[in-house]
Design a protein around this ligand. Structure first.
Ligand code: SAH
Ligand code: SF4
Length: 344
């Protein structure tokens, strides 16, 4: 790959449309190209056998076609697989494939690293390296599907990075995953998890697709949340609640509120009371996640009795709630444990 050519996988659907129309191509070529790039995941333009030869040559002269290379893979006793992909510039990102019965969920990254600095998160400890392109995001899902030789039923933006700090490329990637010409994953089976960037939540509410939203709440007490998620100053809880209420009104869908329970931090009765107050009357589902201890963070898991207390209190106030079961613990494939170890 040379520096003078642009990677065709850095384009969104509209960019591919423009690229082909600039070359005087009819509209139906767009679907053909998307099928090759995101349905089949080809390695080069010469493999796009239903395009005229001259067009393949022209595309190859103008564009590169980047694909990540697999640089490491770990397989858990429970079948969960963790992948480390190397991108064209040596940057690395991680993804996880989680099989369950006939379902396969892929957890993908939207940035290399993350600039939000959440104290309990491994990715947050090393800062942001860079944003990923649509292709670099979507290719993780294609890569896991190929390695596991299975159709991906669900994909979640819960790997490294804050998706709404890289909004357009993330949405473009979700659209390639959703497209029948791409991976054909139903919109409701595509989930974005945000730490709570309000402009992103508002914008996401107005997207035409029925993508699923998850928001990392982690505390309904402002001071606690500020300490756990220092990158979120300027986005107070009251405004988050308003944005979530608006999301419910606009979409009719129920966002998930993620709550990583950390001993002596956000697991007290006062925290629980604040959480119940936050959720009461809000269309939402709370997902309690006993924190995965990350080296250097000091965050510890609470006793099971605290998890149970949260679960019972939410249920008794008619707030929908579940406790996340851990997968891939033996290979550190769980939330917040994804971290680049081979820095470029
Ligand atoms: N940046 C986005 C998405 C990636 S993180 C976000 O923060 O929502 C996916 C989820 O894992 C988030 O809810 C995040 O808060 C949570 N998480 C991060 N570190 C964790 C840890 N050590 N234990 C449990 N959950 C963690
Ligand atoms: Fe970034 Fe999410 Fe980790 Fe916070 S929890 S540092 S937003 S990846």
């Amino acid at each position: 790959m040379t520096n003078s050519t642009r990677d065709i996988k850095s384009l969104d659907l509209h960019g591919i449309e423009s690229a082909l129309s600039d070359l005087g191509q009819p509209a139906f070529r767009v679907r053909q190209v998307v099928r090759w790039l995101y349905g089949r995941g080809v390695a080069g333009f010469d493999e796009m056998t239903d395009l005229p030869g001259a067009l393949r040559v022209e595309l190859a002269a103008r564009y590169s076609l980047g694909r990540p290379t697999l640089s490491a893979k770990e397989v858990s006793a429970d079948g969960t697989r963790k992948y480390l992909w190397e991108l064209h510039d040596g940057t690395t990102v991680e993804s996880v494939g989680i099989p369950a019965g006939d379902r396969l969920t892929v957890c993908f990254s939207t940035q290399a690293g993350c600039g939000m600095g959440c104290t309990f998160c491994a990715t947050g400890q090393s800062g942001l390296t860079r944003n990923l392109t649509p292709g670099e995001i979507a290719d993780q899902v294609l890569g896991v599907a190929a390695d596991m030789a299975a159709r991906v039923s669900n994909a979640v933006a819960m790997g490294q990075g804050e998706p709404f700090a890289n909004y357009e490329p993330t949405l473009a990637a979700l659209r390639f995953m959703n497209s029948p010409d791409g991976m054909g994953i139903g919109a409701r089976h595509l989930t974005v998890s945000t730490c709570g960037l309000l402009p992103g939540i508002r914008r996401f509410s107005a997207e035409p697709e029925q993508f699923t939203l998850a928001v990392s709440l982690h505390s309904a007490v402002q001071a606690t949340r500020d300490a756990m998620m220092p990158g979120l100053k300027g986005y107070p809880l009251g405004q988050l609640r308003e944005a979530l209420a608006m999301y419910g009104v606009r979409t009719g869908r129920r966002p998930t509120l993620e709550y990583a329970l950390v001993a002596n931090t956000n697991d007290s009765d006062a925290e629980l009371a604040a959480l119940v107050t936050f959720c009461r009357g809000l269309l939402c589902h709370v997902n309690l996640i006993p924190v995965n201890p990350v080296e250097g963070s000091g965050a510890r898991r609470p006793d099971d009795s605290r998890v149970k207390a949260f679960e019972m209190a939410l249920a008794s106030t008619n707030v929908e709630c579940s406790v996340r079961t851990e997968r891939g613990a033996d290979i550190s494939a769980a939330c917040g444990q994804l971290r680049q170890r081979h820095l470029a």
